[in-house]
Structure formats: structure tokens, C-alpha cells
Design a protein around this ligand. Structure first.
Ligand code: PEP
Length: 258
């Protein structure tokens, strides 16, 4: 059985005080839960204070929301994988839909970032997902497959095992519209089948595929009950320690009963 993995993406939210309060609140909320991997991804500027507050070996692992693919040099405004490992950051999100569609990142850039992350020892969370018009025109599988293939280009099966895929239908992110569990399961199963073709059945069976898009305590059990949904990437509901903690508790209880 795959170990579930629930991560919060704080996006451009919190401040120096509330970031530490939120992180320590989550640590308290997940105390005693060992059957779920948990992470939070604060803004870059609060990574250090959050890591210092929770401890680098805390059950709450810390991730960054993005990186640049070069190690150092004249890249104004960018943050390298080495800078993140220096702070003991564990995970990094690559290809989030807001970076794809607001900032304009390409699959090629996302792939370079994902390689830089893994090469430096970070664990990437590679996000993929279709726009509303792509879903409505029946292109979901085509778009998502293309993003998975391009995002994972050049990775071996052993490397792929360290990468979490987050399927996040763009129309469900921050909109309050969650994909139904059937819609999520259909795409997750398609991604796992694709991973089996790209690598092998055993690798595909072990890889973690998160769902993201208006996930909250009320829909956690239904989403996490899907055979191929192994975790959640959470935006809005991850900004409150009690709601995020509740999602982790629900998942923990569900998995304990399987
Ligand atoms: C996200 O940004 O990855 C996300 C899923 O956001 P929300 O949960 O707010 O839809």
C-alpha cells in the first residue's frame, strides 16, 4: 500500500508571524499521526523561520513553491536548489498551474527545474492539469499525458520514484469546484497507466499521485478513498492548521481501516 502524502501550498500568503504560527499549529495537529506524510510549502522568505520553528526532522516536512534550474549566478530574483537544500528544505513544487498559466512557464522549463531539484536531493512535486476549455473539449487525457511525459523527460525509473505527481485540474483550483471522485480517479488511473508504459508496472504502482483542487475536510474521505488518489495538494484549506490537520486525521483513519 502506498503511504499517503498530503501537502499544503501556502502560495503568496502568511507573514513572518502567521507563517510560524501556522506551521507550529500543523505540527500540533499531526502529533501522533505516523501513517501519512505531511508537508507545507511556505513562501521562500519564511522557509528559514518555519524550519527553525518546526525543526528540520519534524513530521511536518517543508517544501518550496518553485526553484530555478541554475545553481548560482546572475539570475536576478531566482532561488536555486542548492539554496533550498542549504536550509534543509525537503520538497519543491514544480509546474504549479499558477506558474504555468499566470507566469507562463513551459513544460521544458518545468522539466529543467524538476531535474535541478532532484539532482540537488530535493523531492519534486510535479503538478499537471487541464484548463476548463480543455476538459470541455475532451482533451483532458491528451493534455495531462503530454505534461507528464514532458515533465518527466530524462528521468529513470529510480528517479521517478522520488517524484510526486500532483493532478490539479486548473478549473478546480481555488474555485470551490472540486473534481468529483470519479473524475479524479479516472485521470489518476490514466496517469498511472502512462507511468507503467513510460517505466514499468512496479514503478507506476509505487509512485504517489496527489489530487489538488479545492480539497477540504468535507471531501477528503471521498477523494482519498479513490484507488489511485494517494494524497492531496491543498491550497486554501492548508492555510488553517485545524482544517489541514483535520484532512490529515481523516486520511490517517481511512488508511488505518484499510
Ligand atoms: C493549489 O493551489 O495547488 C490548490 C489545489 O489550491 P486550492 O486547494 O485552494 O484549490
Amino acid at each position: 500500500m502506498r503511504k499517503p502524502f498530503i501537502a499544503a501550498n501556502w502560495k503568496m500568503n502568511t507573514n513572518s508571524k502567521s507563517a510560524v504560527e501556522l506551521a507550529t499549529g500543523v505540527v500540533k495537529a499531526v502529533d501522533g499521526i505516523d501513517n501519512v506524510d505531511v508537508a507545507a510549502c511556505p513562501p521562500f522568505v519564511y522557509l528559514q523561520s518555519v524550519i527553525e520553528a518546526v525543526g528540520s526532522d519534524s513530521k511536518l516536512a517543508i517544501g518550496a513553491q518553485d526553484i530555478f534550474y541554475e545553481g548560482n549566478g546572475a539570475f536576478t530574483g531566482e532561488i536555486s536548489a542548492e539554496m533550498l537544500t542549504d536550509l534543509k528544505v525537503k520538497y519543491v513544487i514544480t509546474g504549479h498551474s499558477e506558474r504555468r498559466h499566470v507566469i507562463g512557464e513551459s513544460d521544458e522549463l518545468i522539466n529543467k527545474k524538476t531535474h535541478a531539484a532532484l539532482d540537488a536531493g530535493l523531492l519534486p512535486i510535479l503538478c499537471v492539469g487541464e484548463l476548463l476549455e480543455e476538459r470541455e473539449s475532451g482533451k483532458t487525457n491528451e493534455v495531462v499525458s503530454d505534461q507528464v511525459k514532458k515533465g518527466l523527460a530524462g528521468f529513470t525509473a529510480d528517479q521517478a520514484l522520488k517524484i510526486t505527481i500532483a493532478y490539479e485540474p486548473v478549473w478546480a483550483i481555488g474555485t470551490g469546484k472540486t473534481a468529483t471522485s470519479a473524475q479524479a480517479q479516472e485521470v489518476h488511473a490514466m496517469i498511472r497507466e502512462l507511468l507503467a508504459q513510460m517505466y514499468d508496472a512496479q514503478t507506476a504502482d509505487q509512485m504517489i499521485i496527489q489530487y489538488g483542487g479545492s480539497a477540504k475536510p468535507e471531501n477528503t474521505k471521498e477523494l482519498m478513498s479513490c484507488a489511485d488518489v494517494d494524497g492531496l495538494l491543498v491550497g486554501g484549506a492548508g492555510l488553517k492548521a485545524d482544517s489541514f490537520g483535520e484532512m490529515i486525521k481523516i486520511t490517517s483513519e481511512l488508511y488505518a481501516s484499510l
